[in-house]
Ligand binder design. Sequence first.
Ligand code: ZN
Length: 132
Amino acid sequence: MPNEGRDETGWTEERIDRLGKLWQEGSSTAAIGKLLGISKNAVVGKVHRLKLKGRPSPISGGSRSPQPKQKAPPRIYTMEDLSSQTCRWPSGDPQHEDFQFCGRPPTPGKPYCAKHCDAGYATAKPKPKPAS
Ligand SMILES: [Zn+2]
């Protein structure tokens, strides 16, 4: 009878040795798990804990490893960066380090970019008094 509730932490030196050998031979984690009577995940976890060297991928040659896309972090405009060439619209919480300014090219003659000019005037607009 196979022991379903097998304790996966029951690693003996012999089992660890066998795992290492199978791993180096290139057996799949599923195959190793089957041989040792543990789950594939347990094999992956143990391999990770033992810091076993990664094996060369079976798909080798010709395939270039994908280059990680380097995304430039968005520029953060602080008070010092503000000039007549930057929108001064504040963004975020002034108490927080994320606080920054818009920094887009402003509308000529205005301190804010077109978008923030609109936003600024929309909020600054006084409510029309109800005609009495
Ligand atoms: Zn702006």
